[in-house]
Structure formats: structure tokens, C-alpha cells
Design a protein around this ligand. Structure first.
Ligand code: PEP
Ligand code: MG
Length: 755
């Protein structure tokens, strides 16, 4: 037998020439398999490509019957070829027939070939096809031959990915890479987005696969690895780690991988086998990914993401890729795909072009989702595998109502969604027409509809939606998107700007609600086992009075001469409110001493989010000017379900008897004490639950700006008096089996109330 140690190099050199020649795709494929067969002294070399219907079709062969090309086929998982594709693992057999998966394909005129070496054609860990060599003699293919064949498979992966094989794909059939895929996730922000995929961390497309000189490539790899390691150390030592969406333990894992000798060795081997440094990174990344995708352990799968991210970083180092070069081709209708993302990163995108956001992780209340919702873009979270299944520029539809993502949708689906979008636009138009209509129910109750906000980008929605004011301004968002603690003057000018843009409409500022899941990068507290029940919101503010006083001062100064409305988050005991009032008094004195004009009126409120307050309602209402129910947190604590944990958060119903009874008690206490009561949790944003709130007596609610129209449309058709009779009976009655939600839906249907 020929000495093959120089073989792979010669083969790759020939392939490089073949790739550069202006050949028709079939001709190129035919020549590639011929080259491989010659070079490896194999009687057969065949390339199978995976179609979108899960069938592996013979696309080229040297040695088998040529008439079988485009006819011979195997299903995924069938025969040796199907097994390789399904497992994304190579098979090296000296006696192929003895393998239990062996299957004879008569149309190929296959003789008895004992030896068989097959490798998957991989891209981003996904099988796109299989490349096989066969010999009559029983032989064991050597390790370097296996490596060479795997490397060659990368060249084929590139041919498939660039769409070159489309031309020789039979009409009516499609390759797997262009297969439409639908991913089921959770709808985090309503709306439909039609557009094109923008990968938040774009995969680098390696086109220069085959090296000229291994030593140069080894040096390039070493240099890039060096810079990568330094950049990770840098990130670890920076204070604003979580601004990048990267938490310390993830970075520690990166560091561990970046120093992993096994990884470096495998990449060096691939370079010695003829690949460029970037192709070597991609090959090892793809192999590792294919291997790890088979793991079921969630912890290890999570590490796969980390490894994947790290390899992408290394690729970016090697290719000198900068996100700016990608921004140039930013589509007008962009749907951003990310594994996870920080709120600030989303704000970096050109807002006018954003149509949607797809996250592999996330929860409804994660910061990035709150910001996306404020921006009015559709969001689907928990979309497993979305990033690997999509390519930059792929057409995509995201349905934030149903939590679906359709990548490369078929024409019918595209049409159906275009209709849906038109219908929505028409409905939006109808809502816009209601903008200046007074929110009065059919039986004459005037309802106050306000909107929630937290950033300056939200402010234009005040006029657009027709909201009467801002019922909840989440001041922590400004802190969350800033890399350093905003100074007093910055806060002051920000609040002044908010008030100015609100143009005289009332704004209720909520003091800092950080801690729990709201992470502020420069304010790292200790790890907590139960952060939702931990050191957060007003607890933290009272323990760090400097922080709170700075904010109070900024608010007082920003509202000088005007009305200032503010409220405190997560109050548990009335004494906490008194403590803040004392600090406020000090600030008022301080400001007056320096001759600043004070606000002409100060309204001081509390959020009702902690159930303990339910047994202090009269005292509470004696202490404050108004109460705002934070139903997101109140529900979480009352029902003992983590609001960010999709597994339990939908388990109980906000429209169930227990929670509605709690809310009714709060309204009654407000009437008894003549204290205004409002509600600013997500419940207010859904017409059906907003209807229930009006039915139990709320006359003021605050919601996301896009909900104002639908909620107003609902209340214009509502007779509150009649609904409240139905609800009173339902809440006082415990008839098992009759859910309040069903009753409400039925009531809306019978009375043609749009919910
Ligand atoms: C709530 O808890 O209902 C609320 C409005 O506050 P946040 O969602 O910001 O916790
Ligand atoms: Mg809350």
C-alpha cells in the first residue's frame, strides 16, 4: 500500500484547486469523489446529501453504479450511511456487512466491499450529509485517513451551505439546510414579526478552508488563543461583567476551556491535516458540538453553549471580525436571535429596524424582555436550538402571541401570516381611532388608563397611545442599562427630561427596585438562595440610604415647581414607608436650604406586592396618598410561584378566586379609607383580566402602552354594573368546576365585549 502520510496534503491541495475552478456543481462533486478515491486508494467514494424530507440521497460516486446518482437513497438512521448522519459520528469498519445496521442497496451495483469508512458532513454540529470510502479488502483505515476524510467533508459542507448544490437538486425537493423549521417557545411579548434573521453573535463563515503552510497557521492559532485568553481575563477583572450579559461563572468556564490542552491539540491536528487555523477551530467546534448535542444532562448541554460561544470568539479573533462590518448590511426588518442578551445590548440595535427578538433562554420578566416589550417588539423566549437552526439573512416569522418561530417558512405560512399582520394593522388602526375617545364604560364609569414605562424611548408612546399618564415609571431600568452608577445630576436631568416629555401628564416614579432578578452591574451583592425574597427594592434602599437619598433629591429637584408622584416598591411593613418619609424630609430641608424650588405638590405612594401588607391595609392607607398593586409580585408571593419560572408561573390563574378575592379586599379597603388604588402589573394589559379588575371595582389601571387601545375598546363596550353582579356572585360562591375565567369569557361573548 502507498504511504499515505503525505496523502492528505496532496488531496487537500487538489481539492483547493478544484474549488477554485469554474465548474458546474455536479462536475465539481464528481471530481471531488474521484480525487478522494484515488488519493485514498479506495475502490469507492460516495457523497450522500441530506434532503429536507429526512432522506439521504446519493449525489456523487466513484466506483458505484453512476446511474444510481440522485436515485439511491436511505432514510436518516437507515443503513450505515443513515446511522452516521443520525449520530453525527464516523464509522470505521473492516467488515461492513457484519455491522447490524448494514443495508444492501441493489441499485448501486454494490459488490462486496468489506472495508467502510464514513464520516458525517457537519455544519454547526448538524449533519448535512455523509461521505464514504469503501475497499474490497478487509482493512482498517488509519487515524490520519479518517482525519483527512473529515476535513474533506468540511469542503462539502461549505458547498452545501453556499447553496451550490441547489442547481442539481431534483425539482420539488429541497436540501435539509434550507428546510423550514418551526420552533415552539413561549410568547413573551405580543405581536407578529416578519423579517430576516440577525444572529446576535454572528457565526463566522469560514471560506478559506485549506492552508498553504501549517506552521504559519499554528502560529496564527497560538496568537489568537493568547489574545482570547487575555480578553477573558480582562472581562473577569472588569466591574461591569453583567453588562455584557456574562456572568462570572460563565466566564470562569470560558477561561477553563480556553486553557484546555485537549481542545488546542485537536485544533493543531486539524491544521497539520491541511486546514487553516479558522477552519480547524470550526471543525473541532462542529465535532464537539455534534458529540455534545447527544448529551441529555442539562448541565453539560449548558456547557456546550459556553464552549460554542468561546469557539465563536476565537473565530472572530482569527478573522478580525467586528460587529460593525455586520451592521452595514442590517436588514430593514430584523429579527434578532440570541441565546441570551442584556437589556443594554438590545438597545444598541437600530430600533426602527427591529421587528422581533428570539431568545433561547429568558423569562417573561427578564430585563431584556421588559425593554423589548416597552419597545413594542414581539418576543419569543425559551426557543430551544433557535440559534443553531437559523442562518443570518434567513426569512423568519415570529409570533409573540403563540410563542412560535418559523424559520424559512413555506409560502402558505408566509401568506397566512401576512394576512394576520394586515388584520392586526387594521385593528391597530381602530385602536388609534379610539385614542382621543374618553374611557367611559357603557354604564358611565370613567376609567383612568395609564401606561408603564422606564426609559426615554418609551415616552413618545404616551401621546401615541392616548394614555393619561405614566402609572409606573421603573427607574431601575436607567440603572440597569448604565455601566456605572448614574450620578445624582444624571438622574436629575433624566427625570426632568421624562417630565418634560410627558408634557404635563402625571408620571409616577417608582424608587429603585433593584435586587432579585434585576441585576445592576456595579452593585454586586452576595449570592442569595432566594433572591426574590432577598435583599432587594426598599430593603436595599433603606440599608443604603445614600443611594436612596441621591435618588430622592434628584426627583425633588427635577420636579421643582411641578407635581411629584412617587412610590416605593416591595413594602412589607408600614414602618418602612415612615423611614423613607424621614429621609425625604431631610432631603426637602437640604434642598430648601440651598434655595432650590420644591415641587408644588408631593404625592407619596406604596406598591402593594407583599402579602403581609394585606393585614395592614388600613394603617397603610393612613400613611400614603395612594396604593398601586404590583400584581406580578403579589401573585408570585401569594401563590408561592416564581414569576420567572415558566414551569410554575402558569400553574395558577390570576383570574382564579383566591387572587381576585385578594384584589377585591384591596379595592374595598381603598373605598373605606378614601385612598386611591390602582394596579400596574401585567394583568392590566390583557383585556380579559382588565375587565375583571373593573368588575371588582378598580377604576384606575396602568399597563404596557400597546395595551391601552385594546383595553379601551373592551371598556367602551362594558356595563361594569352588570359584570360586577356576576363577579360578586362568582367570588362569593365556591361552586367547584366553574372557573371565573370561563365565566368572564362567557360574559364577554354574550355581551359582545371585545376581549
Ligand atoms: C409588579 O410586581 O407587578 C410590578 C409592576 O413591578 P415589577 O414588574 O417591576 O416587579
Ligand atoms: Mg414588582
Amino acid at each position: 500500500m502507498r504511504d499515505l502520510s503525505a496523502g492528505p496534503r496532496v488531496l487537500l491541495k487538489r481539492l483547493r484547486e478544484l474549488m477554485a475552478e469554474p465548474l458546474e456543481p455536479q462536475e465539481r462533486l464528481d471530481r471531488i469523489v474521484r480525487q478522494i478515491a484515488n488519493n485514498m486508494v479506495a475502490e469507492v467514494c460516495s457523497a450522500y446529501v441530506l434532503r429536507s424530507d429526512g432522506v439521504l440521497e446519493l449525489y456523487a460516486t466513484e466506483g458505484l453504479n453512476k446511474d444510481a446518482v440522485h436515485l439511491a437513497q436511505l432514510k436518516m438512521g437507515q443503513g450505515l450511511v443513515g446511522t452516521i448522519a443520525a449520530s453525527a459520528q464516523s464509522l470505521n469498519l473492516s467488515d461492513a456487512q457484519a455491522h447490524p445496521a448494514f443495508r444492501y442497496l441493489p441499485e448501486t451495483g454494490e459488490e462486496i466491499y468489506h472495508s467502510f469508512l464514513g464520516v458525517p458532513i457537519l455544519r454547526a454540529g448538524r449533519s448535512l450529509g455523509v461521505l464514504v470510502v469503501q475497499n474490497k479488502a478487509q482493512r482498517n483505515y488509519r487515524e490520519d485517513e479518517l482525519e483527512a476524510l473529515e476535513t474533506t467533508a468540511m469542503v462539502l459542507a461549505e458547498m452545501i451551505a453556499t447553496g451550490e448544490l441547489k442547481k442539481i437538486t431534483r425539482p420539488g425537493l429541497e436540501l435539509d439546510l434550507t428546510r423550514p423549521v418551526s420552533i415552539d417557545g413561549d410568547g413573551y411579548s405580543e405581536g407578529i414579526g416578519l423579517g430576516y434573521v440577525v444572529l446576535h453573535e454572528p457565526r463566522i463563515v469560514v471560506t478559506n478552508l485549506l492552508n498553504e503552510d501549517s506552521e504559519t497557521e499554528i502560529r496564527r492559532l497560538a496568537e489568537s488563543l493568547g489574545s482570547l485568553r487575555i480578553s477573558i481575563d480582562d472581562m473577569l477583572s472588569r466591574r461591569e461583567i453583567s453588562m455584557e450579559g456574562e456572568h462570572r461563572d460563565v466566564l470562569e468556564t470560558y477561561r477553563m476551556f480556553a486553557h484546555d490542552q485537549g481542545w488546542v491539540r485537536r485544533m493543531e491536528e486539524a491544521i497539520h491535516n491541511g486546514l487553516t487555523a479558522e477552519a480547524a477551530v470550526e471543525k473541532v467546534q462542529s465535532d464537539t458540538k455534534a458529540r455534545m448535542m447527544r448529551l441529555t444532562d442539562p448541565y453539560l448541554r449548558e456547557r456546550m453553549h459556553d464552549f460554542d460561544d468561546l469557539a465563536n470568539r476565537l473565530l472572530r479573533q482569527l478573522t478580525g471580525f467586528s460587529p460593525h462590518s455586520a451592521a452595514e448590511g442590517f436588514p430593514n426588518d430584523a429579527i434578532v436571535f440570541a441565546r441570551a442578551m442584556g437589556a443594554a445590548e438590545l438597545l444598541d440595535y437600530p430600533r426602527a429596524n427591529l421587528r422581533g427578538l428570539v431568545l433561547e433562554e429568558g423569562a417573561v420578566t427578564s430585563h431584556v424582555v421588559i425593554v423589548a416589550r416597552a419597545m413594542g417588539i414581539a418576543v419569543v423566549g425559551q426557543a430551544a436550538g433557535a440559534v443553531a437552526l437559523a442562518e443570518n439573512g434567513d426569512p423568519v416569522i415570529i409570533d409573540g402571541d403563540d410563542g412560535k418561530v418559523h424559520v424559512r417558512p413555506v409560502a402558505d405560512l408566509q401568506k397566512a401570516y401576512e394576512e394576520k399582520v394586515k388584520l392586526r394593522a387594521k385593528r391597530q388602526e381602530q385602536f388609534r381611532a379610539l385614542r382621543d375617545v374618553e374611557p367611559v364604560t357603557k354604564d358611565g364609569h370613567r376609567i383612568k388608563l395609564q401606561m408603564n414605562a422606564g426609559l426615554l424611548v418609551d415616552l413618545p408612546q404616551l401621546a401615541d397611545s392616548g394614555a393619561e399618564g405614566i402609572g409606573l415609571f421603573r427607574t431601575e431600568l436607567q440603572f440597569m442599562i448604565s455601566s456605572t452608577m448614574p450620578k445624582g445630576e444624571e438622574q436629575e436631568s433624566f427625570y426632568r427630561n421624562v417630565l418634560k416629555q410627558a408634557g404635563g401628564r402625571p408620571v409616577t416614579f417608582r424608587t429603585l427596585d433593584i435586587g432579585g432578578d434585576k441585576v445592576v452591574p456595579y452593585f454586586r451583592s452576595q449570592e442569595e438562595e432566594n433572591p426574590a425574597l432577598g435583599w432587594r427594592a426598599i430593603r436595599l434602599s433603606l440599608d443604603r440610604p445614600g443611594l436612596l437619598r441621591t435618588q430622592l433629591r434628584a426627583l425633588l429637584k427635577a420636579a421643582s415647581g411641578a407635581e411629584l408622584k412617587m412610590m416605593l416598591p416591595m413594602v412589607t411593613e408600614v414602618s418602612e414607608i415612615r423611614a423613607v418619609r424621614e429621609l425625604m424630609q431631610k432631603e426637602i430641608q437640604h434642598i430648601s436650604k440651598f434655595g432650590h424650588q420644591l415641587p408644588k405638590k408631593l404625592q407619596f405612594g406604596a406598591m402593594l406586592e407583599v402579602p403581609a401588607l394585606l393585614w395592614q391595609l388600613d394603617e397603610l392607607m393612613d400613611e400614603v396618598d395612594f396604593v398601586s398593586v404590583g400584581s406580578n409580585d403579589l401573585f408570585q408571593f401569594a401563590m408561592a410561584v416564581d414569576r420567572g419560572n415558566a414551569r410554575v408561573s402558569d400553574r395558577f390563574d390570576v383570574l382564579g378566586r383566591p387572587f381576585l378575592r385578594i384584589l377585591r379586599d384591596i379595592v374595598r379597603a381603598g373605598e373605606r379609607n378614601k385612598t386611591p388604588v390602582t394596579l400596574c402589573g401585567e394583568m392590566a394589559s390583557k383585556p380579559l383580566s382588565a375587565m375583571a379588575l373593573l368588575g371588582i371595582g378598580f377604576r384606575s389601571i396602568s399597563m404596557s402602552p400597546t395595551a391601552i387601545g385594546p383595553v379601551k375598546a373592551m371598556l367602551l363596550g362594558l356595563d361594569v354594573g352588570r359584570l360586577s353582579e356576576v363577579l360578586t356572585a362568582a367570588l362569593d360562591d365556591d361552586t367547584p368546576g366553574v372557573s371565573v375565567r370561563e365565566l368572564l369569557i362567557r360574559h364577554a361573548e354574550e355581551n359582545t365585549i371585545p376581549v
